[in-house]
Design a protein around this ligand. Structure first.
Ligand code: C5P
Length: 259
């Protein structure tokens, strides 16, 4: 996978025109576009179809959370829209996640569609200890994140959305290397943090083990969004080279120690 394929731009804008303008200018520089509740509420499934029909890959970030049958039915429609990734709340439980994963696999086979990857939202990064206690969970956030990630994997999901600080606990809780970690909250040293509390740079998140990075305002609000996106891609590329170098080195040392 190229560095650019790992960059997902969050199309957090208020209408289809703005979204399509950004899509057209960034399509060659980034791998995927995230459509969340703001744009979807304003522009509906048509904006997803338009981007997909122009050759864009879409992460549909609607965080479904409902009874198992309802989420599974919504997941079938997301598959029919042609999205590459979408997400559901792990707090919906094993049955909700399992039925969703099965429904996606079945409809993709039956209707000859590409099968999207289904991601779990473990805990929203805005949830702190106090909020967890309010809803009756006594664990510290890190423990809850690890447990929900493991449950998502056991329920057949393909990965999680997780802040860079949670990558370690997720890798410890789920050992499968193909379990995807999609990470928002990315900022360069010179970017404003906005409402993100704990940020990491793109390079740090990739080195920590993120598979995809979701970046919104540092690109959308840049004087030159294309340039900003390319700078992030270069940073991802450099981090991939150093991690590849490290794994090669680790591999060599392992095989030398085995001989
Ligand atoms: O503008 P910024 O780079 O902060 O955008 C990050 C995107 O990722 C937003 O669309 C936000 O909703 C989303 N997100 C997040 N933190 C999560 C899950 C999703 O920032 N835990």
């Amino acid at each position: 996978m190229d560095a650019k394929d790992k960059l997902i731009v969050a199309l957090d804008v208020e209408n289809a025109n703005q979204a399509l303008k950004l899509f057209d200018s960034l399509h060659d520089s980034v791998g995927m576009f995230k459509i969340g509740i703001q744009l979807f509420t304003a522009a509906g499934p048509e904006i997803v179809q338009q981007i997909v029909s122009r050759g864009g890959r879409v992460f549909l970030d609607l965080k479904y959370h409902d009874i198992p049958n309802t989420v599974a039915m919504a997941a079938i429609e997301a598959t029919r829209l042609g999205v590459s990734l979408f997400n559901i709340h792990a707090a919906g439980g094993h049955e909700m996640m399992k039925r969703t994963a099965n429904a996606v696999a079945e409809v993709a086979t039956r209707e000859n569609l590409a099968k999207p990857k289904v991601l779990a939202v473990t805990l929203l990064t805005s949830i702190d200890q106090e909020t967890l206690n309010q809803i009756g969970i006594d664990d510290v956030p890190k423990i809850a994140v690890g447990r929900l990630a493991k449950l998502a994997r056991e329920s057949g999901l393909n990965g999680v959305v997780a802040s860079a600080q949670e990558i370690e606990i997720i890798s410890e809780s789920v050992s499968q290397p193909d379990f995807l970690i999609v990470t928002p909250g990315i900022r360069s040293a010179t970017d404003a943090a906005h409402d993100q509390r704990r940020t990491m740079t793109a390079g740090e998140a990739i080195r920590a083990g993120a598979d995809y990075l979701v970046i919104g305002r540092p690109i959308l609000e840049a004087a030159d969004p294309v340039r900003a996106a390319q700078d992030f891609v270069n940073e991802i590329d450099e981090a991939l080279r150093t991690t590849a170098g490290q794994s090669e080195f680790a591999e060599q040392s392992r095989s030398q120690s085995v001989q």
